[in-house]
Every structure is written in structure tokens, then in C-alpha cells.
Design a protein around this ligand. Structure first.
Ligand SMILES: Cc1ncc(COP(=O)(O)O)c(C=O)c1O
Length: 405
């Protein structure tokens, strides 16, 4: 059934000026990869994030694969990662030899719980992955305390939270490694796919250009440009093969224009989310949105809420009514990673994450794309209110008829 408001595969629309820049790149750029737009996009990313060791990649998943390679994981090393996240926050680390230990979430922030993490740290823990999920900047201070004087890496998956901040500093740049996604649905996108990586250690950062581009490097000083060959290929990281995780010039051109608007777009998301939550304030016992915003800038990539299982309506009935009666396509996110066939097959079914299970079983994610109009947003709000009002009306009618009988 075609919905009135679909769960969309794009986050926002492009202006004529954006399209002109992109088309100019298509028409005139030579080369079409690894050229001036890559340099431009990377310099804009570095400026925006306030860090020099930031590089564009083909996706957040490739950034996470690069981070796993750079983390120098040994057999039996453990990596603590929330089970409530997208699959690629976790699997690159298992692919590179680590054992995944599933961390539980805090029910207020829906991000990795420091208290649970503390219990799961062992002598074998090599890394903790904090995911800034839904655009919500997870507090890193408790994790920094946990790893103090330990050889544990702090990795930020900031795929959903480009532009979010902790104590006025950009999330994704505060640990040992960070990554961003510029996938179609993200707050910033480079034409559907794209990503970035942050590397704190400058000596490791030097390895990145070769590691992401098939080990390409120069031959140094030479007499003829074609001798001994066009490019050299070398091993950037000991014992690791290189990768091909590059972004095209057209994608970088799009990123370079869109990044100029990211604060404006994020501010619009913040304004709309606050409006939505405020309008549903009377239902706050039933629909529980993220809380704990102290010292944070939450850029609302998504707009999920916990539907109180002891409240007026259960989650599935709410989704059903919104979908079939009002044509609004809500979804559930994220299936706990230990429940997926892949992770079970690879030996990572074991878990102790009661909050993750409880939250997934009772949460709803409302459509929240920037291309939506305020009218769309008001329609969702009015539909939710109607559903709750109808249930309340039915209840009070039943009470009335009981009394008159
Ligand atoms: C938390 C998280 N991590 C990683 C990724 C992977 O991003 P990409 O599609 O750019 O590889 C996503 C994408 O949805 C994500 O939400």
C-alpha cells in the first residue's frame, strides 16, 4: 500500500545551486576520482570537525573496517560493542579476529551503558565502541574513566550523528578513532554513499591514504614519469592487505556543497524534533523520547520513542493503526545484533542485554526526513493524538454504560 508518509530512502532534497556544482563536476572534472574535489571535501571536513587527521572514505562501514585493521587486533582480543546498533558497527571487528562482547544500552539515552560496560571489561578487552545512535551524542567521559591506564581503544561510531556535540566539541573526534556515514538517509550525504574516518594517532593517520587506495604510493624522485611504472604499490600496515575504499569526485563535490549547509539542516532537525515532542507532551507517560541532554547537541538523525508497555496502547497496535488507518509508515530499529543469523552463525549469540531487548520490543521510529513538510509532521502528530483520544473515549464510554446499567 502506498503510504501518505513513507519511510524514505533519502534524507533531504538538493537546491539548484547544489545540482549545478554536481553537474559541473560531472561535465568538467578530470580525473573523476582522487582529484581536487577530494582535497576540497577533506579540507572542509577537517575545518568543520576541528581535526587534521580526517579522511573521506566510501562508507562508514569501510571506515570501521579500516579502524579494525588499524586497531591491530590479536586473536582472542575482545571488543565491547552495543547490540542496539546497525550491524556494521560490529562485524568489521569480528572479521579482523576479535571476539564481540555485546554491551547493553542505557534506557534514557539508548546508547552504550557505562555501568554495564564496566562489568564486561576483561583483561582481553582491546576496544570499546560507543555509537552515537539516532544523532544522540553519547557521553564519553565515563568511558574515558573506565579505560584510563588500560590499553583499551575508544572508538566512536558517529555514522548517525554528523554535527552532534559533547561539551562544544564534535562527536566522533574525541576517542582514538571515529567514523561518519554519508549514506543516503544520513544528515549529510554524498549522493547516497560515502563516509569519513578520524584517526587520533598521526603516525597511524599517515597510513590511511595508501590503506584506502590499493596501497598506491609514489616511487619518489625519478627521471621519467612512466618508469619504473605509473604508481608503486606497498604495504602500509604491517601484515595487512590494502583496500579500495575511495570516494569519487562527484560525491566529493556534493559533500563540499552540502557540508556548508549542515548546521542549517541540523538546526532544522532539532527545531522539528523539539516541536514534535512538545506537541505530544501530554502523552509523555506513553511515548518516551530520548532524555539526558546535558552538555550535548543532539542532531536528531532519527526520532524514536519507547512506547510504554503498561500504557494506553502497545507498540505493535500503534504501528498498525498509524500504518493502516493513517498511511504513516513507522519502523522498529534496531534488531538486537545477537539475534541476526550472521552473528549467531559466527558464534556471537551469547548476550546479557535486558535493556536492549526491552527497548527493541517496545520502540517505534517515526518518519523524520528533512524533505517532509511541516504539514506532514503535523499530520503524524494529529494521527497519534487521535489514536490515543479514541482509546480514551472508548474507555470512558464503557465506564459510563457500566454506571448507567
Ligand atoms: C550506527 C551505524 N554505523 C554504521 C553504519 C554504516 O554506514 P554506511 O552505510 O555508510 O556504511 C550505519 C548506517 O546506517 C549506522 O547507522
Amino acid at each position: 500500500m502506498k503510504k501518505k508518509i513513507n519511510w524514505s530512502g533519502r534524507s533531504h532534497n538538493y537546491s539548484n545551486q547544489d545540482i549545478k556544482t554536481i553537474v559541473n563536476c560531472i561535465k568538467f572534472s578530470d580525473p573523476l576520482t582522487q582529484g581536487k574535489y577530494l582535497k576540497l571535501f577533506e579540507s572542509k571536513l577537517r575545518n568543520y570537525l576541528g581535526r587534521k587527521n580526517v579522511f573521506a572514505t566510501s562508507s562508514a562501514t569501510s571506515s570501521l573496517e579500516l579502524i579494525a585493521q588499524l586497531s591491530n587486533l590479536k586473536k582472542n582480543d575482545e571488543v565491547i560493542v552495543p547490540a542496539h546498533t546497525y550491524c556494521s558497527s560490529a562485524y568489521p571487528f569480528a572479521k579482523n579476529g576479535a571476539k564481540l562482547i555485546w554491551g547493553d544500552i542505557n534506557l534514557k539515552t539508548r546508547t552504550l551503558c557505562p555501568l554495564d560496560t564496566k562489568k564486561k571489561i576483561s583483561k582481553k578487552t582491546r576496544a570499546i565502541i560507543v555509537v552515537h545512535l539516532n544523532g544522540f551524542a553519547a557521553d564519553l567521559l565515563p568511558f574515558k574513566k573506565l579505560i584510563k591506564n588500560k590499553k583499551i581503544l575508544l572508538i566512536e561510531d558517529c555514522s548517525q550523528a554528523f554535527g552532534s556535540e559533547l561539551r562544544n566539541r564534535k562527536a566522533g573526534t574525541l576517542g582514538d578513532f571515529g567514523c561518519y556515514s554519508f549514506h543516503a538517509q544520513k544528515n549529510l550525504t554524498t549522493l547516497g554513499e560515502g563516509g569519513a574516518i578520524y584517526i587520533k594517532d598521526s603516525s597511524l593517520a599517515k597510513k590511511l591514504p595508501g590503506l584506502r587506495h590499493n596501497g598506491h604510493s609514489g616511487f619518489g624522485k625519478r627521471k621519467f614519469y612512466w618508469k619504473p611504472a605509473m604508481v608503486n604499490v606497498k604495504e602500509d600496515l604491517k601484515y595487512k592487505w590494502p583496500n579500495k575504499f575511495t570516494l569519487s569526485e562527484v560525491q566529493c563535490a556534493a559533500g563540499s556543497v552540502m557540508i556548508k549547509k549542515i548546521d542549517k539542516m541540523n538546526n532544522e532537525r532539532i527545531k522539528r524534533a523539539k516541536y514534535f515532542i512538545k506537541k505530544l507532551n501530554k502523552l509523555s507517560e506513553n511515548l518516551i523520547f530520548n532524555s539526558n541532554f546535558e552538555n550535548k547537541r543532539n542532531v536528531y538523525h532519527l526520532l524514536p520513542a519507547l512506547v510504554n508497555p503498561n500504557g494506553t496502547i502497545d507498540r505493535d497496535s500503534l504501528i498498525k493503526k498509524l500504518s493502516f488507518k493513517f498511511g504513516i509508515q513507522c519502523v522498529t530499529q534496531y534488531y538486537p545484533l545477537y539475534k541476526y543469523d550472521l552473528f549467531k552463525k559466527k558464534g556471537f549469540a551469547k548476550h546479557k542485554c535486558p535493556n536492549t531487548d526491552y527497548y527493541f520490543d517496545n520502540m517505534i521510529s517515526f518518519p523524520f526526513h528533512l524533505w517532509m513538510s511541516m504539514h506532514d509532521l503535523d499530520y503524524i502528530i494529529a494521527s497519534i493524538k487521535k489514536i490515543f483520544q479514541e482509546i480514551d473515549d472508548k474507555k470512558s464510554n464503557r465506564i459510563k454504560t457500566k454506571k448507567t446499567n
